[in-house]
Design a protein around this ligand. Sequence first.
Ligand SMILES: *Cc1c(COP(=O)(O)O)cnc(C)c1O
Length: 465
Amino acid sequence: MIKNLKKHNINYFPSPNEDNKDLLIILNKTSEILCKWFSDTNQLSPLPLKKVFNVSYPQDNGCDLNSLYDEIHNLIYSSFNPSHPGSLAHLDPPPLSISIIGDLIAAGLNNNLLAEELSPSISILETEICKWFAKRIGFTDASGGIAASGGTLNNLNALVTARYNSGLINDPNAVLILSEDAHVSFKKCARILGINEKNIYFVETNINGSMNFSSFDKLLHQLSKSEKKIFAVVATFGTTNFGALDPINEIENRCKNENIWLHIDASIGGVFLIPNNRNKFLKNLNISNVNSITINPQKILGIAKTSSLLIVSNIDNLKKTFQTGLPYLDSSDDVVNLGELGVQGSRPAEIIKLWLGLKYLGINGIEKILDETLSKKSIFLDKLDKSKFEIFTGPLHIISFLPKNMPPKESDEWTLSTKKVLLENDYMISRPLYKGKYYLRIVFGNFNTTESHITELTNLLNNIK
Ligand SMILES: *Cc1c(COP(=O)(O)O)cnc(C)c1O
């Protein structure tokens, strides 16, 4: 038995010698503030009206809990509000309720996914949920995966693995191929990997953002006649601006024949692979020859940030790439420490909220969310005045658009002023810069947006000067 060395009169930590009522009070009180914020959503706007948040700094003697509640209240009410029905700007949906609980449990357990002995149950949970995902999307028994704090890190995990396994790790001629609509995170990844900019090849995309396969094919022919060697091809399954899908099957066959690592960035689209009844645009998709795939359930199911998985067709590739041994841990040989499967070391148990979310929704619940998301997009398209707007979109739930027949400078000003007018009316949409021009963009991933909101939004747009 461990003796109680010193009794604090303030409970800084959950205590084995108490009933932990103080902690329960904090949890209850904070939950109340948070739930009140959710209930107040319609009286608030997507962005706080008061733009400045005054930080109160730590003091020598700490503070009492009651003053902390005030600070928590201020912080919450000064935040971006993804639950507002007009929050349609980004891939940041409202949080799925059960995923909030997942983060609470993860914080309470404070386990560490670095090592099996620091997270015995959760390491198993993560490994198994990754396998479940892998099988669901069409990989074999050799597959597996890892969670990381966001899609950028998982794209990095994938590219590090691709380069390591290509044997081109020190080759200055190692080339990365992706489309010009691929996510900016790959530029960061390439810098981290030390890939020279001239060894990154951007394949052109069609008007709706999908990689042009014949240009890709031509590029491979060209490169095969040069001294360059390709260590990875990235295809995007759901582009950030248009929700476009690259022609995966064709790219996949080509990569398989050339023995090139194919990574799919399905940060946005990956979740669409889960349902039993896949959407018709996915009917012929077969990803069994893909090497790795990033999926971000944070972007569409509302799993609280961050929630991202890297699924690989052969888990041994991650092991080979990241295994260093963990000298301060004495684990037996058959134990896989998840800190040796990716770039992150200490890592929170983010898998809990994903697991709870998937369990709670079930396959049918997931399918329902995805269907509703796509039907909101079609309602919007039905109601938008097509004589006024040019629309750019792939099969997923993201639309970009421009006013028709407007000179570029005027169009850029129009998008800026329209975005502002919409925000004044509580609709927050985004204004991405794409190929030198500003577009307006809407993401239909908000579960609180109803048909009447979409009607109001399209009325505003159709009548805006
Ligand atoms: C958001 C996104 C990423 C990056 O994910 P983070 O979680 O923001 O790091 C990568 N690719 C695509 C297509 C994305 O939309």
